[in-house]
Design a binder for this molecule. Structure first.
Ligand SMILES: *Cc1c(COP(=O)(O)O)cnc(C)c1O
Length: 416
C-alpha cells in the first residue's frame, strides 16, 4: 500500500503552481510609460532598452525583440535556409515549440536521443546521426528545464560536419556553461518571455546573434519585410513577429530580477534535494563542474527498482500502487489532491503521434527502425526512460519553505 498520509497534512488553500509569473512593480511603471506616451505599438523606448540590456546581460552582439520564442525559432529556420524536404537534427525531449518551426518551413525533423548526465541532446547520438544522414546542415538543441547541455561537444560536432547550430535557450535564460551564457553557443540563439519562464513579458521572445546584418534582417522580416521606400514595397515574404512596446515594458521591469528568480529557484531545487534524502529518487542532474543552471524547473527521477507498475497510453495512464515503491503518475496525482501542480517530463517528440514516422537516432539503435518497444534504462531510448521515471515538481518561486516541506512530505508518503 503506497501513499498513506497522516491527517495533519491539509490541502493548500492557494494552489501551488509549477511555475507562474512573479511581478515586482517596475513592470507597471514601464507599461504605464508606454500608455501615457501613446507608444502602444511595436516601436518604442521599452523595445530599444530590452534589446540593449539583454544583449549586454547575455553577452551577444544583438538581441532582437520578437512576439515569442517560437517566432524567434521560426526566423532561425529562415536564416538557416531550411527548405521543403531538408532534414534537421533536433532535441527529442523538449517542448514542441523547438520542433514546430522546422515544420513551418517544410523541413523534416530527425530526433536525437537524450543523455543521462544533463537530460539534453546526446553528442554520441548526434555524431551517429551525421553518419546516417551526412547531408544535414542544421541542428536545433534545447537546454531542458534550465540545465545547459553538453554545449562544447555539440558545437564541436556541428563544426566538424559544417552544420549550423541553433540553441534554444527558452528555458535556460541566465544559465551558464563554462562561464558563458546559454543562447550564445549556437550560430543563432533564442530566449523566451512566455508566462511560465524564469522571467516573463506575459509573452515575447528574442533572437540572439553576433552579426549586425542578421539582426537587421530579422528586424525587417519581423515587421512584414518592408523595403526602404515611401510606399509599402516588398521583395520578400514578411511576418508580424515584432515585440509590442507594452510587452517590452513588462520584460524591462522583470530583467533586474532575473538573478533573484534564479536564486529562489536554486533554493527550491536544493530544498527538494535535501528533503528527498533516503528516498529512491534523484534530482535532475547537471554538470556541476562546467555549468550553472538557472534551476527553472526542479525535476526528479525514480530509481528503476523503486518504480511501481505504470502504464501510459496515448492520453491516459494507470498504475498499481505497491509498498515501498511509487511512480510519476502516483506522485502527480497525490500532490494534485493537495492542490499543487507538477507535470510529467516533456514527452519525447519521437513518441508524439505527429512525428511517429520521423527518424530517431539513439546511441545504439540503427537510427532507422523505430524502437517503440524500448528497454528501460538500457540506453536504447533514454528519452522514454526519463519520461517514464521522471517528473517535474512544483517549482514556483512564490512557494514558501513551509509549503514545499508539505509537498516533500506528500512525496515521501508515496513511497510508504
Ligand atoms: C517556451 C519554450 C519555447 C517557446 O517560447 P514561446 O515564447 O512560448 O513561443 C521554445 N522552446 C522551449 C524549449 C520552450 O520551453
Amino acid at each position: 500500500m503506497a501513499f498513506v498520509l497522516n491527517g495533519n497534512v491539509k490541502p493548500f488553500e492557494k494552489k501551488i503552481y509549477l511555475s507562474s509569473p512573479t511581478m515586482h512593480g517596475e513592470e507597471l511603471t514601464y507599461m504605464s510609460e508606454a500608455f501615457h506616451t501613446n507608444w502602444m505599438s511595436t516601436v518604442g523606448a521599452n523595445i530599444n532598452e530590452v534589446e540593449r540590456i539583454v544583449a549586454e546581460k547575455i553577452g551577444c552582439g544583438y538581441a532582437v525583440a520578437l512576439s515569442a520564442g517560437t517566432a524567434a525559432l521560426h526566423l532561425c529556420m529562415k536564416l538557416a535556409g531550411i527548405k521543403k524536404g531538408d532534414r534537421v537534427f533536433c532535441s527529442d525531449v523538449t517542448f514542441a515549440a523547438t520542433v514546430n518551426p522546422i515544420m513551418y518551413e517544410g523541413g523534416i525533423p530527425v530526433f536525437i536521443d537524450t543523455e543521462y548526465d544533463t537530460w539534453n541532446m546526446d553528442p554520441v547520438a548526434l555524431e551517429k546521426a551525421f553518419e546516417l544522414y551526412p547531408d544535414v546542415k542544421v541542428v536545433v538543441m534545447a537546454n531542458l528545464y534550465g540545465v545547459p547541455g553538453k554545449l562544447d561537444e555539440i558545437s564541436e560536432i556541428c563544426k566538424k560536419h559544417g552544420a549550423l547550430l541553433i540553441e534554444d535557450a527558452a528555458e535556460s535564460m541566465g544559465a551558464t556553461y563554462k562561464g558563458r551564457q546559454t543562447g550564445t553557443f549556437g550560430d543563432f540563439g533564442v530566449v523566451s518571455f512566455n508566462g511560465n519562464k524564469i522571467i516573463t513579458g506575459s509573452s515575447g521572445g528574442m533572437l540572439l546573434t553576433d552579426d549586425i546584418a542578421v539582426a537587421n534582417k530579422v528586424r525587417k522580416w519581423s515587421t512584414q519585410s518592408r523595403e526602404r521606400a515611401s510606399w509599402y514595397q516588398h521583395e520578400e515574404v514578411g511576418y508580424n513577429y515584432r515585440m509590442s512596446n507594452v510587452v517590452a515594458g513588462v520584460v524591462r521591469g522583470q530583467l533586474p530580477y532575473l538573478e533573484e528568480h534564479i536564486a529562489q529557484k536554486k533554493a527550491i531545487y536544493e530544498r527538494y534535494k535535501k528533503g528527498f534524502e533516503g528516498l529512491p529518487l534523484t534530482m535532475n542532474p547537471f554538470d556541476a563542474e562546467n555549468s550553472v543552471p538557472n534551476y527553472w524547473l526542479s525535476c526528479a527521477i525514480i530509481d528503476k527498482d523503486a518504480m511501481c507498475r505504470q502504464v501510459r497510453g496515448e492520453n491516459e495512464s494507470c498504475y498499481i500502487s505497491e509498498s515501498g515503491k511509487s511512480c510519476p503518475d502516483e506522485i502527480l496525482e497525490a500532490i494534485a489532491k493537495y492542490n499543487a501542480e507538477g507535470r510529467p517530463i516533456w514527452k519525447p517528440m519521437h513518441m508524439q503521434p505527429i512525428y511517429r514516422m520521423h527518424g530517431f537516432v539513439t546511441r545504439e539503435g540503427d537510427g532507422r527502425g523505430r524502437t517503440n518497444a524500448y528497454i528501460a534504462g538500457e540506453g536504447v531510448d533514454v528519452g522514454m526512460d526519463i519520461f517514464n521515471r521522471g517528473l517535474c515538481l512544483p517549482s514556483d518561486n512564490k512557494m514558501t519553505a513551509e509549503e514545499q516541506d508539505r509537498i516533500i512530505e506528500i512525496i515521501r508518503a508515496c513511497f510508504n
